[in-house]
Design a binder for this molecule. Structure first.
Ligand code: APR
Ligand code: PHB
Length: 389
């Protein structure tokens, strides 16, 4: 088989890239290790920056998001019972769209299907060959048969555990990593959210986050041990722990109900550098990971895809490699800004094991400054709504 761009992974990064390229007349083949149903069963964050929203509309996949998504203009930060609203719109003129990544993935799949996309699900043992030539190849197996796709370029959109990043020689690839000593336990429930807007809580018992997918579906998270056993968390235990951590006024309004999803996610900061080698370009979680504090993961995947799709379109239109050559540098500049913000927000909101009184007082000072200074709120808002790309 021959294609222009071979894409590994059908998460948001791979699907969005494939769709944007198709709309510009560039052909691609997507190889996905899992089944379509599995990809659609993953529950992840759901906070979209305006740049991401614009790209989904450009990809002709924004109709349901525009109908069902919730537009938020602000959020709350709390420490103990003290709670303060940050007006994101006032400071930036921008808003955020709350729309689950699962729904967004489904919309992108439908949009791809409408254009008769070539997506191979359950493609096993995907490997990359001849990366340094002008015709790199993707090999894979399906139903015990072997296949080869000859490409002009390969996009590694296969997430943190994929094979793309590992195809860049160790002598070239530098990685930067920080693993945090806690995880997030998340719950999805058919209950009314405690608040119209998100609440990020620093509590002595640990971090908590109140979010939502709709006005009847809540998404809550609490900080838990790094190696927490999900089996030990009944719904009742989760609700009790959450209630203890919320500011009193929110705790009183907390509506509880059976969970429809419950999962644990570790927190990690990770950046690979460079994210291009030969004709391979990494995008999304394959290239970098942020802790979920700040909800930047999906938005970074979208900004990578923005730079990569533009660079590929320019190449095919003008035979100009310039934007492809500057891809890694451009993406990583923005990625490090989001890494800094997510790391900072994580560090001021969580309870760290063996936290010293000095460190705790610094957290309180950071949050006091954020709650009391308009300038600090403007800087927070600028980062939270997403830096321009
Ligand atoms: N071969 C083919 N596909 C693979 C392989 C492989 N060897 N390894 C992984 N994949 C697939 C995964 O099954 C997954 O469907 O690649 C896809 C990667 O998708 P995501 O992990 O969703 O990553 P990405 O598209 O970069 O999305 C960005 O934003 O909210 C964050 O982390 C969250 O997923 C989210 C991300
Ligand atoms: C979510 O709604 O799932 C969510 C919101 C904000 C975050 C992370 C996740 O920082």
């Amino acid at each position: 088989m021959r294609t222009q761009v071979g894409i590994i992974g059908s998460g948001p990064a791979g699907l969005l890239l494939s769709q944007l390229l198709d709309l510009q007349g560039i052909e691609s083949v997507v190889l996905e290790r899992r089944s379509q149903a599995y990809v659609l069963s993953r529950v992840r964050a759901g906070v979209l920056e305006e740049g991401t929203v614009a790209m989904l509309r450009q990809a002709q996949a924004g109709e349901r998001m525009d109908r069902e998504g919730l537009v938020h203009e602000g959020l709350d930060i709390a420490i103990g019972d003290r709670r303060h609203r940050i007006d994101l719109k006032k400071h930036t003129g921008k808003t955020l769209m709350f729309y689950g990544q699962t729904e967004l993935t489904k919309d992108l799949m439908d949009a791809r299907e409408a254009l008769n996309a070539q997506i191979v699900y359950e493609a096993k043992n995907v490997s990359i060959e001849d990366l340094d030539s002008k015709t790199p190849k993707l090999r894979y197996e399906k139903n015990d048969k072997k296949y080869e796709v000859v490409c002009d370029f390969i996009a590694g959109c296969d997430g943190f555990h994929g094979i793309s990043r590992r195809s860049i020689p160790e002598t070239v690839l530098k990685t930067h990593e920080q693993v945090y000593p806690f995880s997030w336990l998340g719950i999805l429930s058919e209950t009314r959210p405690v608040s119209d807007e998100v609440i990020y809580v620093n509590n002595w018992h640990g971090f908590a986050l109140c979010s939502m997918r709709s006005m009847t579906r809540s998404r809550y998270y609490i900080q838990c041990a790094f190696d927490e056993d999900l089996e030990k968390w009944t719904d009742d235990r989760f609700w009790d722990a959450l209630r203890t951590r919320l500011p009193r006024d929110a705790a009183e309004l907390l509506e509880v109900g059976p969970s429809i999803e419950k999962s644990i996610a570790p927190l990690r900061s990770f950046v690979a550098e460079p994210i291009q080698h030969g004709r391979l370009f990494l995008a999304g979680d394959a290239a970098h990971i942020v802790p979920p504090t700040g909800a930047k993961g999906l938005n970074l995947a979208a900004s990578d895809v923005h730079y990569l799709s533009n660079a590929l379109v320019t190449f095919y239109m003008d035979k100009d490699m310039g934007l492809l050559e500057s891809y890694s540098h451009k993406c990583l500049k923005r990625v490090w800004q989001a890494e800094r913000f997510s790391w900072w927000l994580t560090s001021i909101l969580h309870r760290f094991p063996d936290q010293s009184s000095f460190n705790r007082s610094i957290q309180v000072a950071e949050l006091d400054h954020l709650m009391e200074s308009d300038t600090a709120q403007a800087a927070f808002a600028e980062n939270y709504v997403g830096l321009p790309f």
